[in-house]
Design a protein around this ligand. Structure first.
Ligand code: C2E
Ligand code: CA
Ligand code: CA
Length: 725
């Protein structure tokens, strides 16, 4: 970046590296469109880019990942070897499926990612933000540099020079458009820059010397202090993570925060420096992008993508619950002629009107989506079954066929509606959509203006179910079931503190079968009662056994189904099992889902209190996909919250999921609940959970579910086998 004396930039330089000419040209055009004072150099291969970089210093690099001579990770590694390019922002373009590549690029030192095909708006926003950050970096460096040079030439006494320099440095820090503060070991604020106090509407004189909460507020302050402690303990910085807070105007801002140790000349840490850069603009762009990719532009309704997401969430929610998810697919019978005769504008008006009516009809009790053309969908959840679904279909048909007045012409159409229900017709989203689609075609071919349910060969299904039931009954008698154990780790110490007992069926002729396949049958047939009793006893016995094997104290967690609470005296069963196995109650944890609260709440609450009195702990499983909020959980005797794995899956990439986790952690902690993250599959997810303050973690990355003997060996081998970075 060419600079004037005052550090203002004259021109920013961006380089593009991509082996495909079309991409190269597109990126160059987008980069130039950011502002008039940008110069762009494009390279078709990383080697010629590197040779140019050995003599020039640009402000931003945008590079493809898959390139012939070397991949993006190698390219970045070589860039980082050039001293002047250590901090240079590098954006890597990958396609969504390339998550592996992203990790590799991140390890090599990539700054950010863009997803291919690249969204133009997002490209511009990201590039602009990174240039802004780069500009600040250079500004700070050049000012500190000038200061140093001045000092060298100064004839004043060293003390005077030092005093001046710290004053000047303070001025520099005040002018940087980022929040900068430092705190001592006790969490007291040592200094804060003007930008920060202005943004927060605080008086700097009243903040310095105070606890960090005086600056950041209670919630963020507590978080800041605990992260500072990590820096004090490890001596290592915490790299950029996102935070949200309210400024003095009450507006929510998103900032990218970094924490690093400040050291004396003898290398001792004297303070922790916190810097936060405002990235609200980029967040808004992302939110905007999210909205447009999830909604239909004509009607503003959720589109197919969002419908699928919501269906998926509802299906997860109904797990271990007996709730129904109902899908109505609606196809207008005579939309095409309206469009052809009255024109597209009228057609559009007609669709918008239909969308409005459907939304009004369904209200808050479901989701209306437009799947494309003249096809709409309504999703609902509840305990009502076919009868309710058919009633709704009748009302939809009626609403849609009320004549519309469009440009003065009254027009009318009817609808063909296909209905499918989860879990009755389909176990997953794809099957549910397909079943509803088949039903809709049936309605159409039966003449339209009516609704049809998805039907399958009922007798066949019943026969299959009966055969499986018989097999399962035999399996219980023959003791074909076994339990696998999956380790649960304490995220602050890295120790294994628990194990979840997970049911497996040794199905003759087939092998080990996971519960997803048979659990629904076992619940429906009521076999879950004897099986659940067996699971509890087996798990307690084993836990007692591993205590005897000289293992550290490890809690065992047992999953309970809603049906057990409905049909059994669970506290009595647990008391009996603890007595016969001799397991200490505090080594048993019971996992229940929020869906059991939908049953007889009073009885469930009574049972939970009964269990609490026994001394066992209780966790809410699959949290986040259900209905009860944390405020609701507050009134229950619950010890832990297990955040469902669907929130962990994209935790490092999806800001919504990250925000949800953060909210659960902070609210949960204020209610004295421990937070457990499940489905941890990568080192990045683990690091993220730790930074967010999750207490415990579970997932394939920390250990898969394994047979008893293997679990014992696993714990013995190295209870700290996962290295907490
Ligand atoms: P859950 O309680 O949510 O159990 C965790 C499930 O996630 C387990 O599947 C486990 O193998 C899987 N899992 C663990 N780590 C990861 C990961 O990193 N990534 C992914 N994708 N998955 C991970 P599993 O063993 O198939 O159990 C499925 C469900 O069956 C359990 O979900 C639980 O709801 C139910 N279940 C299992 N055992 C019992 C039981 O003894 N009684 C009852 N009532 N339900 C059980
Ligand atoms: Ca569980
Ligand atoms: Ca779970």
């Amino acid at each position: 970046m060419a600079k004037q004396d005052d550090g203002r930039c004259l021109m920013s330089s961006i380089i593009i590296v991509d082996d495909q000419a079309t991409n190269r040209n597109l990126f160059a055009r987008l980069a130039k469109s950011i502002s008039s004072d940008i110069s762009v150099n494009a390279f078709a291969d990383p080697l010629s880019a590197l040779s140019w970089l050995s003599e020039n210093t640009p402000d931003l690099i945008i590079s493809d990942y898959k390139m012939p001579q070397m991949d993006g990770a190698e390219f970045i590694r070589r860039i980082r070897q050039i001293p002047s390019l250590i901090d240079l922002p590098v954006v890597v373009v990958t396609v969504y499926e390339d998550r592996e590549f992203r990790l590799q690029a991140l390890e090599a030192g990539a700054t950010d990612f863009l997803q291919s095909p690249v969204d133009h708006h997002e490209f511009a926003t990201r590039a602009r933000n990174l240039l802004k950050m780069r500009h600040q970096q250079l500004l700070l460096a050049s000012r500190a540099d000038g200061l140093e040079r001045e000092l060298e030439h100064s004839e004043r006494s060293r003390v005077q020079a030092l005093r001046d320099s710290s004053e000047r440095l303070a001025q520099v820090i005040d002018t940087v458009p980022a929040m900068i503060s430092a705190a001592d070991r006790d969490g007291k604020i040592l200094f804060t820059n003007e930008y920060q106090t202005r943004l927060l509407g605080l008086d700097p004189a009243k903040v310095v010397g105070q606890d960090a909460t005086a600056l950041f507020g209670d919630e963020q302050g507590a978080r800041s202090k605990s992260l500072d402690r990590v820096v004090w303990d490890t001596g290592r910085p915490i790299s950029a993570f996102e935070e949200e807070f309210s400024d003095r105007a009450g507006e929510t801002r998103t900032v990218l925060t970094t924490k690093s140790p400040l050291r004396t000349s003898t290398d001792a840490i004297t303070a922790v420096l916190t810097t936060s850069m405002d990235i609200s603009e980029r967040k808004q762009a992302e939110a905007h992008l999210h909205h447009i990719t999830h909604h239909d532009t004509l009607t503003g309704l959720p589109n197919r993508v969002l419908l699928q997401e919501r269906l998926n969430a509802e299906i997860v929610r109904s797990r271990r619950g007996n709730r129904t998810v109902t899908l109505h697919l609606i196809d207008l019978d005579s939309f095409k002629p309206i469009n052809d005769v009255l024109g597209h504008t009228a057609g559009d008006r007609f669709l918008i009107e239909t969308a409005k009516r459907l939304t009004q009809l369904v209200g808050k009790n479901g989701t209306v989506a437009r799947l494309g053309g003249d096809e709409f969908a309504v999703m609902q959840t509840g305990t009502g079954g076919a009868e309710e679904a058919s009633e709704l279909a009748a009302r939809i048909g009626q609403t849609v066929s009320e004549p519309y007045e469009i440009f003065g012409t009254p027009i009318a159409t009817t609808a063909s509606i296909g209905i499918a229900l989860h879990p009755h017709n389909a176990a997953n989203v794809e099957d549910l959509l397909r079943s509803a689609d088949l039903a809709m075609y049936q309605a159409k071919s039966d003449g339209g203006n009516l609704h049809r349910f998805y039907v399958e060969d009922m007798t066949m299904r019943a026969r299959e179910a009966a055969a499986l039931d018989a097999e399962l009954k035999q399996a219980i008698a023959d003791e074909q079931f076994t339990l696998y154990y999956q380790p649960r780790m304490d995220l602050s110490t890295g120790m294994i503190v628990g194990a979840e007992a997970l049911l497996r069926w040794h199905r003759p002729g087939i092998g080990i079968v996971a519960p997803g396949v048979f659990l629904p049958r076992v619940e429906e047939s009521g076999l879950i009662l004897p099986l659940g009793e067996w699971v509890l006893k087996e798990a307690c016995q084993r836990a007692k056994q591993w205590q005897g094997a000289g293992l550290p104290t490890i809690r065992v967690s047992v999953n309970l189904s809603a049906l057990q609470f409905r049909k059994q005296d669970v506290p009595a069963l647990v008391a009996k099992t603890l007595a016969t196995t001799g397991l200490a109650p505090d080594l048993l944890e019971l996992e229940i889902t929020e869906s059991i609260m939908l049953e007889d709440t009073e009885a469930v609450v009574r049972d939970l209190h009964g269990l609490r009195e026994l001394g066992v702990s209780i966790s809410i499983d699959d949290f986040g996909v259900g209905y009860s909020s944390l405020q609701y959980v507050k009134n229950l005797p619950v010890d832990r919250i297990k955040v469902d794995r669907c929130f962990i899956r994209n935790i490092t990439t999806d800001p919504n999921d990250a925000a949800i986790l953060r909210a659960i952690v902070s609210l949960g902690h204020s209610l004295d609940l421990a937070i457990v993250g499940e489905g941890v599959e990568t080192a990045e997810q683990l690091a993220h959970l730790r930074i967010e303050g999750c207490d415990e973690g579970q997932g394939y990355y920390l250990g898969k579910p394994m047979p008893f003997e293997e679990f014992i060996a696993f714990v013995k081998a190295d209870s700290k086998h996962v290295h907490l970075a």
